[in-house]
Every structure is written in structure tokens, then in C-alpha cells.
Ligand binder design. Structure first.
Ligand SMILES: *Cc1c(COP(=O)(O)O)cnc(C)c1O
Length: 246
């Protein structure tokens, strides 16, 4: 059994198809985003050559560095990490999508900074479904007002919602958090928003996310193999868990 990126990618596609079908969904309803943080450009190129066209990055500097080496490929770049307000211009200039919009100030700046030469920036609103203080995302009670604000911004196109549920092995808890995001999504659609993207599910929990209605899964480890170092959010989550245990 080889574990090249191509074979891992095929395994992820097979997994999505199997899970989708077992919940009465079409595999084509679910888009695979390759979450490529910490992986060097050459590994993204390998994934691209194996058919992957959409990549998600968390850190602007890291992403810009890789983009330089991949300008020959028509990759669709998605920004999926926390956004600092002084980074909005370069995010707006370099990405097609942003999944992690969680406050009006950031939405305003992304819209203002989106170059006229590009189509509107496609966005998802990130919701804090776990209620953890350390987590990014708008509180569920504040989502409606953020959505109505973002909808009116001329250079943004609101596509849907995104969440990163609690890092836990308790699948019932994860399921309830994915379900909450689906309910918020459904509510907005019933209120007249034309949304088509529910961005949820990662390597470890994509099956549950698909069963709860995900239309885009963001998968890193299952495509690229284990990351060799932790990202800041993982360090913070582990530290918080450790502090609780003490
Ligand atoms: C890293 C990351 C993923 C992918 O996580 P894996 O567990 O490696 O599949 C998805 N979404 C976000 C926001 C991430 O930071």
C-alpha cells in the first residue's frame, strides 16, 4: 500500500462518496478543499497534478510564499485561518474565497480592499458553534446581524457558513455542533439568503459533517499525511486542555 498524495487523495474521494451515498446524498454535492497549511509548495503541486484544484491556507505569509511557486497552476485559493485586520488587503487581493469572516469590521475591510479587476470575494461566515472562548467565529446569536451586514457589501458574495467544532473524541458532541451549523444555515436560507456552502468537516470528522449536510469539507492530514509541527490554534487547544486537567 503506497501512501503518495495521489493515493491518499483517491482514498478521501472514495470516503466522501461512500459516506454521502449512505446518507442518501450525491458525492458531487460535496466539494473537497485541500487544507495545505505547513505543507511546502511542491506537495501542493503534487496534489494538483493528482486532480486537486482547491486549496485552503491559514496563514497569509505562508500562503503568499507558496503562491509564488505555483503561479503556473490555476489553483482556486481559499483563506481559512483567523484574519487580522491589517492583513485584509493582501487576503482580498490573493484569494478567491475567505471562510473565516467573523466580524463586520473584517467584512467591511475585505469588501473595500477587493480589487475591481477581480470578481467579488466569495465568503463564508465562521460561527463559533462550540462556545469556547478561545475560538474564532461569530456567536450564533449574532450571526443574523453579521449576515445582513455582509450581504450588503458590494465586493463580497456571501456563500454560506463555516465552523470548526470542538477538538474532541466525543462524536455526539461534534454531531450536535455540526447540526447547529446546519440549522443556522437552514434558517438563513428560509429568511431568503441564497446560500449554497456549508463548510464543515476535517480529516477526523468529515463523515459526521457529511451526514449533517456539509457541502465543502476541508481536509489536510488525510491528504498530505501528519503535519510535522502544530499550528498556534492546536498549541492553544492543547494548553487549555492541560490547564483543565491540572
Ligand atoms: C488544518 C485545518 C483543517 C484540516 O485539518 P485536518 O485535521 O488536517 O484535516 C480544516 N480547517 C481548518 C480551519 C484548518 O485549520
Amino acid at each position: 500500500m503506497t501512501t503518495t498524495i495521489a493515493s491518499r487523495l483517491q482514498a478521501v474521494h472514495d470516503r466522501i462518496a461512500t459516506v454521502a451515498q449512505s446518507f442518501g446524498r450525491q458525492p458531487g454535492e460535496i466539494t473537497l478543499l485541500a487544507a495545505s497549511k505547513t505543507n511546502p509548495a511542491e506537495r501542493l503541486r503534487e496534489a494538483y497534478q493528482a486532480g486537486q484544484k482547491i486549496f485552503g491556507e491559514n496563514y497569509l505569509q505562508e500562503a503568499l510564499g507558496k503562491m509564488q511557486y505555483l503561479t503556473d497552476l490555476p489553483i482556486e485559493w481559499h483563506f481559512i485561518g483567523p484574519i487580522q485586520s491589517n492583513k485584509t488587503r493582501r487576503i482580498s487581493e490573493n484569494f478567491s474565497w475567505v471562510h473565516s469572516v467573523d466580524r463586520t469590521k473584517i467584512a467591511d475591510r475585505l469588501s473595500k480592499d477587493r480589487p475591481e479587476s477581480l470578481p467579488p470575494l466569495q465568503i463564508c461566515l465562521q460561527v463559533n458553534v462550540s462556545g469556547e472562548a478561545s475560538k474564532s467565529g461569530v456567536a450564533p446569536e449574532e450571526l443574523a446581524s453579521l449576515a445582513s451586514h455582509a450581504m450588503r457589501l458590494p465586493r463580497l458574495k456571501l456563500r454560506g457558513l463555516m465552523a470548526v467544532p470542538e477538538l474532541t473524541t466525543a462524536t455526539a458532541l461534534q454531531r450536535s455542533q455540526f447540526h447547529m451549523l446546519w440549522e443556522l444555515f437552514d434558517r438563513l436560507k428560509r429568511d431568503g439568503y441564497e446560500l449554497d456552502t456549508l463548510s464543515m468537516g476535517m480529516s477526523e470528522d468529515m463523515d459526521i459533517a457529511i451526514s449533517e449536510g456539509a457541502t465543502m469539507v476541508r481536509v489536510g492530514t488525510a491528504i498530505f499525511g501528519p503535519r510535522r509541527y502544530l499550528i498556534p490554534e492546536e498549541i492553544a487547544a492543547l494548553a487549555a486542555k492541560r490547564a483543565q486537567e491540572l
